[in-house]
Write a protein that binds this ligand. Structure first.
Ligand code: NAP
Length: 476
């Protein structure tokens, strides 16, 4: 049986306590995972602080070279890494390979960003009475970053923390989700091989709830970056004090489909956005608002396309949808669907369950206050709702307190721009699903969906301080 260790100061360390990691699809035991104590996390933070003293003085060229090397190694090991995702997250192989391609792109963007950190020259003589001074800004690293990550993109969301942090010379203590430690631990080896100095990356595994206090409030931690649920994000925000913080939280992404849309061209894409990784994606398509003139046609085609999806073993290349992350999640979503049905909703297709899976489910006749609409389902469920005017559709999208990405399909330019202006969201995606993301775009929610932005260039800003330097050019 695989026994994992903590990665502290470049050494694998055993722990007294371990926890069992099981595969979401089969329930089979995958590993005994090291359970860090608060003391272990303290040592990791102190080690990262020591490592920062020299890592901050590495050149941009050296840091970029490390990140480029990570890109090279990950390209070589892609297939093997995708198997880890299938095991520990039940991520279908095809989706796992897509995640790895994106992860590689994320590290590549980070390597490029390492070389692009620039400041600006300030025209000092524009202030009254000032002459013979130069002034400029530069971005400086913060020190130790605490990074806490979720289970759903175990490589790429870790990359969105490690990539920008290392690009600018920070060091990191990473606490991956308890369900997906193996992918994070694989990154320890990869970064070591790529030449990252010992101590710059520390990986502690164990319960987020138990380790939270130390990870978030230790005096040597200068920045907390968290991706996960809103409930946990709020707890962290309350503890973090004056430290810098980024929170990437959940959502219930909405899409508006206007009558000018060629439905046959978007159907596959919409179904993919709703059910990819069993809907366990923060920008999974959850609410589809369709103009009443095309509602019947859209719903029929959507249901037909949904029925084609293959539910099964994540290791099988033909599988589209596999297990949910835990059987408790299946029970939760079963309950939400039952509750919606009792309140008048209809199951158009799906809602078939095993202990570990939920089949792709399409709901109609839903109301705004049902949990499957107003909360984040984080499951393979989508609701289709008719509307009569664009104003009404935008109002329905904006009813939610969750607001990461939103999408609209329309061929009418003025309607597209009206939606872009009036929809409250971190991003408005025109003529595509809200599930669209590439890794250099600014990304982050508004309202209850987050605080701060990722996307390498934007994360770099959040992981550095702006320093101003001025010099008087003479002694007069
Ligand atoms: P989660 O339960 O909030 O867990 C996320 C991480 O936080 C895990 O490492 C977890 O550790 C840790 N944690 C748990 N309790 C904690 C506490 N009290 N203090 C500090 N850390 C704590 O989320 P999840 O189920 O893994 O992921 C799903 C959620 O993430 C969804 O809401 C999804 O929308 C959101 N998400 C957002 C984005 C985005 O970019 N906006 C991207 C992906 C996912 P343990 O595993 O040990 O509990």
């Amino acid at each position: 049986m695989k026994q994992t260790k903590l990665w502290i100061n470049g050494i694998w360390e055993s722990t007294n306590e371990t926890s069992k990691l099981t595969a979401p699809y089969t329930g089979e035991l995958l590993a005994n995972v090291a359970k860090a104590s608060a003391g272990d996390v303290e040592r990791a933070i102190e080690g990262a602080h020591q490592a920062f003293k020299s890592f901050k003085n590495t050149t941009a060229y050296e840091r970029a070279e490390i990140l480029y090397k990570v890109v090279e190694i990950m390209r070589e090991r892609k297939n093997e890494l995708a198997e880890i995702l299938a095991d520990e997250a039940a991520k279908p192989i095809s989706a796992g390979l897509t995640e790895l391609d994106r992860t590689i792109a994320t590290y590549q963007f980070a390597a490029e960003a390492a070389k692009q950190s620039t400041g600006e020259t300030i025209p000092m003589d524009a202030a009254p009475g000032v002459k013979d001074r130069i002034g400029y800004t530069k971005r400086v690293p913060l020190g130790v970053v605490s990074a806490i990550t979720p289970f759903n993109f175990p490589f790429n969301l870790v990359a969105h923390k490690l990539g920008p942090a290392f690009a600018v010379g920070n060091t990191v203590v990473l606490k991956p989700a308890s369900q997906t430690p193996l992918s994070a631990l694989a990154m320890a080896e990869i970064f070591k091989e790529a030449g990252l100095p010992d101590g710059a990356l520390q990986i502690v595994t164990g319960s987020g709830g138990e380790l939270s206090e130390t990870l978030v409030t230790h005096p040597l931690v200068k920045k907390v970056t968290f991706t996960g649920s809103g409930a946990v994000g709020l707890k962290i925000k309350e503890k973090v004090g004056l430290r810098k913080i980024t929170l990437e939280l959940g959502s219930n992404a909405a899409l508006i489909v206007e009558p000018s849309t060629p439905l046959e061209k978007i159907m596959k894409r919409c179904v993919g956005g709703a059910f990819g990784f069993a809907g366990q994606v923060c920008i999974s398509l959850q609410r589809i608002y369709v103009h009443s003139s095309i509602y019947e046609e859209f719903t029929k085609a959507f249901v037909e396309e949904t029925k084609k999806l293959v539910v099964g073993d994540p290791h099988n290349e033909k599988t589209d949808v596999s297990a949910m992350i835990h059987p408790d999640e299946v029970s939760r979503i079963k309950e939400w669907i039952e509750q919606a049905k009792q309140q008048g909703a209809t199951v158009a297709t799906g809602a078939e369950f095993t202990e570990r899976t939920c089949s792709p489910t399409v709901m109609t006749n839903v109301k705004s206050d049902m949990k499957i609409i107003c909360q984040e389902t984080f499951a393979p469920i989508v609701s289709i709702v008719p509307y009569d005017t664009l104003d009404e559709a935008i109002a329905l999208v904006n009813e939610s307190e969750l607001a990461l990405n939103a999408g609209i399909y329309t061929n009418v330019l003025t309607d597209a721009m009206k939606a872009a202006e009036e929809i409250e969201a971190g991003a408005v995606i025109i003529n595509d699903i809200p599930t669209f993301r590439v890794d250099n775009m600014p990304y982050g929610g508004v309202k209850m969906s987050g605080y701060g932005k990722e996307g390498i260039k934007y994360a770099v800003e959040e992981m550095t301080d702006l320093k101003f330097i001025t010099m008087k050019l003479n002694y007069e």
